[in-house]
Design a protein around this ligand. Sequence first.
Ligand code: SAH
Length: 458
Amino acid sequence: MAKLNLPVYKKQELTVTITDLTYQGLGVAKVEGYPLFIKEALPQERLVVRVTKTGKNFGYAQAVKWLERSPKRVKTKAKYLQTGIAPLMHLQYPAQLAFKQKLIQDLLVKAHLGQVEVAPTLGMDQPYAYRNKAQVPVRQVRGQLEIGFFKQGSHDFVPLEDFYIQDQRIDEILVTVRDILRQYQIAAYDEVHHQGVVRHIMVRRGYYSHQAMVVLVTRTKKLPHAEAIAQAIQAACPDVISILHNINSAKTNVILGPTTKLLAGKAEIEDQLNGLTFKISAQSFYQVNPTQTERLYQTAIAQAQLTGRETVIDAYCGIGTISLSMARHAQHVYGVEIVPQAIEDAKENARVNNLTNLTFEVGEAETWMAKWQEQGIKPDVIMVDPPRKGLTSSLIQSATAMKPNKIVYVSCNPATLVRDIREFMDYGYHVTKPIQPVDQFPQTTHVESVTVLERTEK
Ligand code: SAH
């Protein structure tokens, strides 16, 4: 193997200045142009680091000693929370918002789309305790069942009771459920030997309804004392109106398995978004930050400039949250989603809200877009809200072939957003307003945004 001529070597200690922050929240220092990525280091900071890994194009280093701290650094209450849960909590909130705006801007510039503007990120007044959903791993630590979290990029388990960014009532419920599982001497999952019973506890809670759901995820088909445990949870937490048992026997990082059984109460909880009521089941996708989701949807609806006469397609519609919000301002909304249960929920949600101007279909957005086109449906607006991997070329092709005036793109991944914008441009669609980031995930590096593309060529 040819020896690489790198400006640094492994285990070397050197003093660096941080100039940037990656999309994962790592500090970047350049040594003769060679980037080193450093955990917990912030722009403007000077520190001594030790090189831990050297690749051809970049390397990693570990902070040894800070010489100068960033004025935007916040003293963190519990350092271990910088692990998976809140990797940006050491950065002041306004700086987090600026970071998210800049992240999109930088990606646009790299893609030669520097002319596209990005508005300042809409943030929260209280950027903590916002999550309406928790999925926490359960492990045995020194003979005791614990709830907690893993250190970032590892399987080191850290027991926790305060999860910082979760609804505080959810944290209380988690601790209560943990204590009940201990009382019934339920064994926690052992990942190494693929043994034990309870793998995860999932809790969802309605922001307005205050209804809560508890899902106990087990490796085993049976949860010992299931009935007594469910009764104990109900007795201790009257707001838990839904208790479910999910079975996940596979060796996997995916949290929920294919089978869910009802232990007590209902299979769903309800919550409101912008005045509409939604039923939420264990498996369905539901945005995790309720107040910011309202702002996100309001932004998307405002950008679509609906007058009540439009035909709208909501691809990737989930349980129909955007579809129903749009249906109040449009003539008809067509929604498509790949998860059948989510579409059942979406139909039920339309009924519950007395909305009749919606059509929901189960399947791939790509397929339905083509079918609707064959049926002669002419959407004025197409909404897309895809998962992190973004859109496929075939979706972009069939969406633009329907010649909507506007495409409103809600994105949770700026990298795929920028890639897709380029492709839309090939079909004559251009970004006509500044991209609007909305902070759905304070204290984390996730970036959500709304982009409007308009047909500028006939
Ligand atoms: N708009 C909804 C859901 C967005 S999440 C909301 O804001 O709540 C993205 C959704 O796309 C998920 O529900 C996922 O199940 C769905 N999905 C993923 N791939 C898909 C595809 N190829 N076609 C249709 N839906 C898909």
